[in-house]
Structures are given as structure tokens and as C-alpha cells.
Design a protein around this ligand. Sequence first.
Ligand code: SF4
Ligand code: SF4
Length: 272
Amino acid sequence: MPPVPVSFHLCQPGGGASCGACCGLYNFQDHSRFMLAEHLSIQTERLRHTPREPAAYRDAAQELLARRPQQPLFPAVRVCPLLGFLDDDRRQVGCLGHPKVTGGVDLRDCGVYRAAICETFTCPSFGWLTDAQARLVQAACADWYVYGLVITDVEFVRGCLRLIEWELGGPARPEAVLARPEALEAMRRLLGLKETAAREDSRAAVFGRFTRDTEGEPVPRTLDYAALGARAAPEDDVVLCLGHTPTTAEALLAAREQVRTRVRAVARALES
Ligand code: SF4
Ligand code: SF4
């Protein structure tokens, strides 16, 4: 049976999950939660006090671009100054130029793309994740920071489920994880490794499994097993997706063990 495609809108699915990845949210070398929250707060504050009309929004956008604390990690990927927090508690990330946010006027042309592009764009996850996988990510990553990191990394989601299947010796159905609170909590800790790795390796010029080429474009990276003096292991795809940059065999083993421990916890919860 072919997989069921995603049936809901991945950008603002509710339940605590929201995403601004394609607006450039994470496109900084230091994309830790702390840095991005600071960045979004500055943009939110500036636009909160800006008249909701194009000239004022354009000026604010220019000023925010000039004040940006870090340059983009991948220069070809735009970072929009209209991205901010939609709520007072700063738990939902989204577009501050969207008509639903401004109260009617569409100010998205003042950002880094045309409004028509913002309105119609869907990232590859809409086609590559199954509905059940996307629902699992929504439930396990009910948070503005982790959700966007995970929902846009199809290889990571598939890789985690594949490791759980190997551990179980049989299928790991997202629906089964969703149905068991202990399994969902263990899944939250596994997928949440995205945040741990971003914090630990915030000085590396990588984003998940990508690094920069000489032109500043994202290119997939690999582990140099010969230099590390290590052999490949099933966890390594997930280790790369997490953004780890091990320079010793010990560091690689430690990263694998983090993954393995959390995978086993999900499998145990599913078997209990
Ligand atoms: S990266 Fe995908 S899920 Fe995230 S806001 Fe863009 S289109 Fe939506
Ligand atoms: S204007 Fe477009 S790119 Fe900018 S935050 Fe809004 S949706 Fe994202």
C-alpha cells in the first residue's frame, strides 16, 4: 500500500508546534535555542511598534537586516526579518507580515520573498513524510524550536524509526508510538537530541547533515571513518542529522551511544 501523504498543514499545525525554517530561522552557525529566541524577540519587538503599512514595514525590515547579530550560515538561503513570535508567551514562531497576524493587510512583500511565494511554498517534507510520521513529529516536538528542526529533516525522522525497527526486530508504526504515552515521551527525548547537538556543537559550520561548500552553498557531509579510526555503524545517519562533528573515535562512540540509549527506550516502551 503506498504511504498516505501529509494531510494537514505542517507550518502551523497547532498543539504547540510551529515552524519558520524556510523563512531562514535556523540559518546561522549558532542556531541554539537561546540565540534564535533572542533574534526572534528583537524582530518581534521592532515590528510590534511599527505601523502596519508597507513603507514602515520595509524600513523596519531594512533596519533589522542591518542589525542582525550573525551573518547567515548559507548566504544563498535567505533569512527573513519578518519572522517572529506570534504570541505574548513566545511559544509560537510565524510570519509577522501575514494578514492573519496584521489584522488584514498583507505585508509579506516587505520580507525577503514575494508574498505569493510565501503563500504557496511547501517544503519537501509535505511530500516525503507520511501523515503518521508528521503527526508523530507534531506530538513529540510540541515546541517552536525543536519542531522546525525535526519536521524539515525527513532523513532524521526516517532514520530514527529505522533504528527503532532494528531494535524491535519488526515494524515501528508511528501510530503505536502515539498510542502509548511512555513511548511518546521516549520519542520526545530521542527527537529532542536535535537541540542537545545544536547546543554542544554550536561553533561548527554545520546544519544537521549539511556543511558549506566554498561558495557558501549547503552540501551533504560524511564522516571520515579513516581519519576517525572507526567503522560505520547503523546510528551514523542519525548522528550526522543531529549535527555532530566528531573529531575522535571516542566522540563518535559517545554520539552513537546517546542515540542508541534513546532508541532502546522507545523500543522498550513499545514492548511493555
Ligand atoms: S519549512 Fe516546511 S513546515 Fe516549515 S514553515 Fe516552511 S513550508 Fe512550513
Ligand atoms: S514574509 Fe515570507 S519569508 Fe518572511 S517571515 Fe513571512 S512567510 Fe516567512
